[in-house]
Design a protein around this ligand. Structure first.
Ligand SMILES: Nc1ncnc2c1ncn2[C@@H]1O[C@H](COP(=O)(O)OP(=O)(O)O)[C@@H](O)[C@H]1O
Ligand SMILES: [Mg+2]
Length: 217
């Protein structure tokens, strides 16, 4: 961040939260603010709630920060500028729209690039886990994908951690399934021979899908 003092930004964040201003998005875990200064355009994810809930949301933001560090220099996600006061996650503002409201002009190129980002992420021992959600995927101004929201991501640990490594494998499969879902808009009949090997609904997703089906109107 250029010419942006942490203490000044922290004060700005706390004033914005108190007055409910500069809100880009409000989710269950917290609010996402947008700061536009002369030299900087950043997004700040903040924790929500009081007491135990707040502690949990702070922990998720610290985890998300750790994921960004694990990813290192990665052009498939916003640049992470840091974690202020151990609770405010500062990210590069990415000009774009989520795939909920915008389809990329060149879908093939978009999905090719997204696949390559997923492979890079996995090679760096990160599985996203929540890529199915359309709010977590942006189409940038240049029509390329940008992956957001690493709150639920799994970092694969080194050594003997069977449960973590099981979750990581599951997470990688979630990511591939999400990629297929976006690429084929749920028209699974059309999956190409090449892509078929990446699509394997996991038991977790099958159960979640059944529950969703039960409650769908
Ligand atoms: N770096 C960013 N640049 C632009 N928009 C962003 C950025 N990060 C988040 N957003 C917007 O804010 C929304 C919520 O962000 P997200 O990280 O998914 O938070 P949550 O954990 O609350 O789901 C996204 O759907 C997107 O519209
Ligand atoms: Mg999200």
């Amino acid at each position: 961040m250029e010419n942006l003092d942490e203490a000044v930004l922290k004060q700005w964040i706390e004033e914005s939260l108190a007055t409910g201003s500069h809100v880009l998005a409000a989710g269950y875990q917290g609010q996402t603010l947008v700061y536009e200064g002369e030299h900087n355009h950043v997004v700040i994810k903040t924790p929500h709630g009081k007491g135990l809930a707040r502690r949990f949301h702070k922990k998720m933001l610290r985890h998300e920060y750790a994921v960004y560090q694990q990813l290192g220099d990665f052009d498939g996600a916003p640049t992470c500028y840091g974690l202020i006061d151990n609770q405010y996650l500062v990210l590069e503002y990415v000009d774009g729209r989520t795939i909920r409201t915008k389809r990329p002009l060149d879908e093939d190129e978009f999905h090719r690039k997204l696949f390559s980002h997923i492979r890079t992420m996995h090679a760096r021992n990160v599985a996203h886990m929540d890529l199915k959600r359309k709010d977590n995927l942006l189409v940038r101004g240049n029509e390329m994908p940008c992956i957001l929201d690493f709150g639920a991501a799994v970092i694969k640990k080194k050594g003997f951690h069977p449960f973590n490594q099981y979750r990581f494998r599951l997470g990688k499969q979630f990511d591939y399934n999400a990629w297929i879902k976006h690429k084929y808009h749920n028209r699974m009949r059309d999956i190409s021979m090449f892509d078929r090997k990446y699509y394997k609904p996991t038991w977790v997703e099958l159960i979640a899908g059944t529950i969703k089906g039960l409650y769908a109107d």
